[in-house]
Design a protein around this ligand. Structure first.
Ligand SMILES: *[C@@H]1O[C@H](CO)[C@@H](O)[C@H](O)[C@H]1NC(C)=O
Ligand SMILES: *[C@@H]1O[C@H](CO)[C@@H](O)[C@H](O)[C@H]1NC(C)=O
Ligand SMILES: *[C@@H]1O[C@H](CO)[C@@H](O)[C@H](O)[C@H]1NC(C)=O
Ligand SMILES: *[C@@H]1O[C@H](CO)[C@@H](O)[C@H](O)[C@H]1NC(C)=O
Ligand SMILES: *[C@@H]1O[C@H](CO)[C@@H](O)[C@H](O)[C@H]1NC(C)=O
Ligand SMILES: *[C@@H]1O[C@H](CO)[C@@H](O)[C@H](O)[C@H]1NC(C)=O
Ligand SMILES: *[C@@H]1O[C@H](CO)[C@@H](O)[C@H](O)[C@H]1NC(C)=O
Ligand SMILES: *[C@@H]1O[C@H](CO)[C@@H](O)[C@H](O)[C@H]1NC(C)=O
Ligand SMILES: *[C@@H]1O[C@H](CO)[C@@H](O)[C@H](O)[C@H]1NC(C)=O
Ligand SMILES: *[C@@H]1O[C@H](CO)[C@@H](O)[C@H](O)[C@H]1NC(C)=O
Ligand SMILES: *[C@@H]1O[C@H](CO)[C@@H](O)[C@H](O)[C@H]1NC(C)=O
Ligand SMILES: *[C@@H]1O[C@H](CO)[C@@H](O)[C@H](O)[C@H]1NC(C)=O
Length: 465
């Protein structure tokens, strides 16, 4: 059945795609706007009575400083400067047109008293706290209904001191879902850059119902065995760009989400247009995960130049009957894996439901997922690709993948349909049909590959077929 891929095909494809409008969609967009916004007004946290001794609780100082700066919001905005020191605090809220700036050796420390992290309503798209029914603790740094907020500095640190929360989680003495380190809700224009985030109680950076979010040049650290310390979780958010980050945590490095079962479906806000590039890290979970909460839909995710090591999974899609929603138009390229258990994993039976009212007939639609240019050393499984019976995952395209694997059955595919080319070790039967020449248009973003391979003369592997 295999046809040879001839030069005529190449020329034909190039002619076809030369002006294809959707070729543009496949190029990575991360428009930066003006990242180095100058704020005309600036105050230092010590002007509001803060003491950087690591012991004095400074919640009031942060709140008062930000309250004061609110009067500059319509005058170009303001900067709150946090100098060298250890600034213990409970949760505080940011405002629009604010830059929170942490100097080198400035450390914002989260209080270890749970009363300093107030309890707020659950997200409507989750219907309850993620780990316990009911309300949830508010993040250390929180912003809601804002525009134009920046958290940056000279590699200062925001330290959640999460280990006490991990203990409360492990010994089951939490009363509410654990807090994030940073959360923005319903905010447009967020920049988080040039800082280090450590030991979050729960997910580290959580933009939810947000637009135009940039996370750039940050380091995120938590012990590899700390529970649910995801790095960056764009959730029901669009136009998100994550680049030049190093993340080493106890859960997914990046997890793209959009609400949970019936709550996520009825809230109906997708995550889309998410660009991730130059991401390095390790985790006991996945490098990039989508889901498991994806009930509002996830689409147009482009990730490239990824390096994951000493991790459980490279790319993972997690879903379940009951989730509804969709994951479509996902493009992953140029990923290097070292000492990783499973390179690519799709889980269609993740389970975990908010309550018993979910609709088990609400099946997720998973389609048009392209993974190309992957190299891996000391990988156990190449792909564990498990769709859902009666809900096959469609147009899964794997291209130019070269993994040195240790398992004798490197691929395990069920309820999966798609195409492949140049995959080693040999791909599972459901994906064995070749992409070229008949199925390139079934695969998301391959035109980009063709264009870049011709432009960059990266065509060696291609023309050798
Ligand atoms: C955000 O906007 C919502 C809807 O208008 C409102 O209910 C909520 O109180 C606002 N919250 C804040 C902190 O401004
Ligand atoms: C989002 O924030 C805007 C103000 O920035 C507010 O008008 C709107 O009601 C908020 N929406 C929700 C759902 O909170
Ligand atoms: C990354 O952030 C550090 C400070 O944390 C800064 O020195 C460096 O220049 C930044 N790099 C880029 C590319 O922005
Ligand atoms: C920032 O600090 C972290 C933690 O100390 C360090 O790992 C990282 O290399 C630093 N980043 C830069 C750009 O200096
Ligand atoms: C649970 O962990 C917390 C924090 O370490 C500790 O204070 C508490 O005594 C522990 N409770 C139980 C029941 O083990
Ligand atoms: C849970 O509530 C109990 C009773 O109010 C309180 O003693 C305990 O400190 C709370 N636990 C946490 C982790 O906040
Ligand atoms: C990060 O720091 C570098 C060096 O100071 C600076 O050039 C760059 O603009 C900063 N990035 C952001 C997004 O603030
Ligand atoms: C995607 O998001 C970027 C910001 O990261 C933005 O510049 C671009 O216009 C968005 N593209 C579309 C098609 O919305
Ligand atoms: C692939 O990603 C690596 C970083 O992981 C980068 O050094 C390399 O230049 C990228 N290759 C291409 C062709 O973009
Ligand atoms: C690799 O990950 C394991 C946990 O999965 C951890 O114990 C070990 O320290 C990590 N190795 C390195 C070199 O970071
Ligand atoms: C696959 O990678 C191995 C090194 O791990 C290399 O020796 C081999 O040439 C590669 N195969 C192809 C087809 O690129
Ligand atoms: C393939 O995966 C399924 C679960 O998805 C498992 O039950 C089965 O044993 C696996 N088969 C092999 C050969 O590993």
């Amino acid at each position: 059945m295999r046809r040879s891929f001839t030069l005529v095909n190449v020329l034909l494809l190039l002619a076809l795609f030369g002006d294809a409008p959707w070729a543009i969609k496949c190029s990575l967009l991360c428009e930066q706007g003006n990242l180095a916004v100058i704020r005309p007004h600036s105050v230092t946290i010590t002007e509001f009575g803060a003491v950087g001794d690591g012991v004095t609780l400074n919640t009031k100082a942060f709140q008062n400083a930000i309250f004061y700066l609110n009067s500059f919001a319509d005058k170009g905005g303001a900067k709150l400067f946090v100098p060298t020191g250890r600034w213990l605090t409970g949760s505080f809220d940011l405002i629009s047109h604010l830059t929170l700036w942490l100097d080198k050796d400035a450390v914002i420390l989260g209080s270890t008293n749970s009363d300093d992290w107030p309890v707020i309503d659950p997200l409507p798209s989750y219907g309850r706290g993620r780990e316990l029914p009911g309300r949830r603790h508010k993040s250390l740094i929180y912003g809601r209904n804002l525009t134009d907020v920046i958290i940056t500095g000279d590699n200062g640190t925001i330290d959640g001191q999460g280990s006490i929360w991990w203990d409360w989680f492990r010994n089951q003495t939490l009363n509410y879902t654990r807090p994030h380190l940073v959360e923005f809700m319903n905010t447009t224009g967020v920049v988080i850059s040039n800082l280090t985030f450590i030991n979050s109680p729960f997910w580290t950076i959580h933009p939810v119902y947000c637009s135009q979010v940039i996370v750039q040049n940050v380091t995120i650290l938590a012990p590899l065995d700390s529970p649910n310390t995801d790095g960056i979780d764009p959730d029901s958010s669009d136009d998100v760009c994550v680049e030049d980050c190093y993340v080493s945590t106890g859960d997914d490095i990046i997890a793209i989400k959009s609400g949970w079962d019936e709550y996520g479906m009825s809230y109906g806000r997708p995550s889309k247009n998410i660009t991730i590039r130059r991401l390095v890290g390790q985790t006991t979970s996945a490098g990039i995960a989508i889901g498991s909460e994806m009930s509002g839909g996830v689409s147009e995710v482009h990730a490239e130049n990824l390096r994951f090591y000493n991790s459980t999974t490279g790319i993972r899609i997690k879903t379940s009957p009951g989730r509804g929603g969709y994951v479509r138009n996902i493009y992953i390229s140029n990923m290097s894996l070292t000492d990783v258990k499973t390179a690519i994993s799709f889980t269609g039976r993740y389970g975990e439901h908010p309550d018993e009212y979910y609709d088990p007939t609400a099946l997720p639609l998973i389609e048009r997922i392209t993974v190309e240019d992957v190299a891996g050393q000391n990988v156990k499984y190449a792909g564990l690709l498990e769709g859902i019976e009666g809900d096959t995952f469609l147009d899964i395209c794997l291209l130019n993948i070269n993994l040195s694997v240790t398992s004798k059955s490197p691929w395990n595919c069920s309820y999966i349909q798609g195409y492949s080319d140049t995959v080693s070790p040999e791909i599972c039967e459901p994906l064995r049909e070749r992409i070229f020449p008949d199925h390139y248009s079934d695969c998301y973003c391959l035109s980009h590959h063709l264009q870049s391979s011709s432009n960059q003369n990266r065509g060696g592997a291609w023309l050798s077929w």
